[in-house]
Design a protein around this ligand. Structure first.
Ligand code: F3S
Length: 391
């Protein structure tokens, strides 16, 4: 890969140790994937923030980078292992909290905005169509590429941090138009209306075509929250970082001749797969983190009710604060449900505390099962609320 003069200086350590390490990571990546050059990025989103995943080695790496590293572009974080302010409310141990706060301190020292969310596009880290960015969270990557028309690969935590410190990323993969064309047309022949329809669609596409880039036809409308939850599902079950929906998403693509149909029975099969339990001791929504409109709907659904099960509503702190101004948080908390900022049911240390999860997110099902050994019930918000308030 050919480096510009400033990039070469960074690699030689003339701009500090963190810039040197970052440039080493980016050069190695660029060489492996055949990039010809580095390009500027407009924003970064870093995953690998939970101490639960990072452990001591990850924390040490971040503290080392923070000694002289400062980010050059707007950078936000993926969810951490706890609500950074109200961690006690969520039953997090003081030992874990201490380590998690050290992780956040290291990022803050590097001038990263320490809002921890998988929906950075709801709190101001929202790229424009055509912007090159370096993001890591799989659902956010898929949303940014597909719904916003930005250009990003699915970065790992260290490569995203390296991009933040240098302001650069190697130009390969989804940064190039030639790699963003649809490979198979998915003809949807069933109504897609609810969140669980969208979640099941992501799963069904994964089952039928695996990792191919899809052009979906047969869908007339989709609001942003539905596309948010679909991005999470198709990223999880199809490994997708980009999809196209005819008439809805902004990227241009060829229309592939290879066609695969998704019928109502395929969605029913996926929904059946996503439920494997019958008992619930935790209900969690907000995977990806809730929008203001979703919080409004949750408050309405919980009005006059008291939850009897642990009920987590995961959200970015800024969105929570906006909801608080409108009296929505007060209404939700009056029911006993817990608003969990900065974290989520997948990255918080929940294993062993609960056994049965009800959720409206297909992605939460995947991580609930895989990381926390939960049995799952996959259902829409009204049913989640019904299960939370039931005995
Ligand atoms: Fe976000 Fe956690 Fe789901 S990071 S997409 S809420 S698994």
């Amino acid at each position: 890969m050919k480096l510009a003069q400033e990039e070469q200086e960074m690699l030689e350590g003339k701009q500090g140790n963190s810039a040197k390490k970052s440039m080493e990571i980016l050069s190695a990546l660029g060489d492996i994937f055949g990039a010809e050059r580095l390009i500027d990025v407009k924003s970064v989103q870093i995953a690998g923030v939970s101490y639960h995943n990072l452990q001591e080695a990850g924390l040490e790496f971040l503290e080392e980078m923070a000694k002289d590293g400062k980010v050059r572009v707007f950078t936000t974080l993926n969810p951490a292992g706890m609500d950074l302010q109200e961690w006690k409310k969520l039953g997090i141990s003081p030992d874990f909290a201490e380590k998690q706060l050290k992780v956040i301190e290291a990022f803050a020292k590097m001038d990263v905005k320490t809002t921890c969310t998988c929906t950075p596009y709801l709190i101001g880290n929202r790229p424009n169509k055509g912007d090159h960015i370096s993001w890591s969270e799989s659902s956010a990557v898929c949303f940014a590429n597909s719904v916003l028309g930005a250009y990003t690969n699915r970065e790992g935590g260290p490569s995203a941090l390296a991009a933040a410190i240098t302001g650069k990323t190697p130009e390969f993969g989804f940064h190039l138009d030639k790699n963003r064309q649809a490979q198979v047309t998915i003809e949807v022949k069933a109504p897609i209306e609810t969140y669980t329809d969208w979640g099941a669609l992501g799963h069904a596409i994964g089952e039928k075509v695996g990792k191919k880039i899809v052009l979906i036809t047969g869908i007339e409308k989709a609001d942003e929250d539905s596309l948010k939850i679909f991005s999470a599902s198709i990223a999880t079950y199809a490994g997708a970082a980009l999809f196209h929906i005819e008439g809805i998403t902004p990227n241009e693509t060829v229309k592939p001749e290879e066609k695969v149909e998704i019928l109502a029975e395929d969605l029913a099969k996926s929904k059946a797969f996503l439920t494997d339990g019958s008992e619930v001791d935790i209900v969690a929504v907000g995977c990806p983190h809730c929008s203001l409109a979703e919080l409004e709907a949750i408050a309405k659904g919980l009005e006059g009710k008291q939850v009897k099960k642990e009920f987590w509503i995961c959200v970015a702190r800024e969105v929570r604060d906006k909801a608080a101004e409108k009296g929505i948080v007060e209404k939700i908390e009056a029911s006993g449900a817990k608003i969990a900022c900065d974290t989520c049911m997948a990255v918080a240390p929940l294993k062993g505390r609960f056994k049965g999860l009800a959720t409206n997110s297909a992605k939460a099902v995947f991580y609930g099962r895989g990381k926390n050994s939960f049995k799952t019930i996959f259902c829409d918000l009204d049913k989640c609320i019904e299960l939370a308030v039931g005995k």
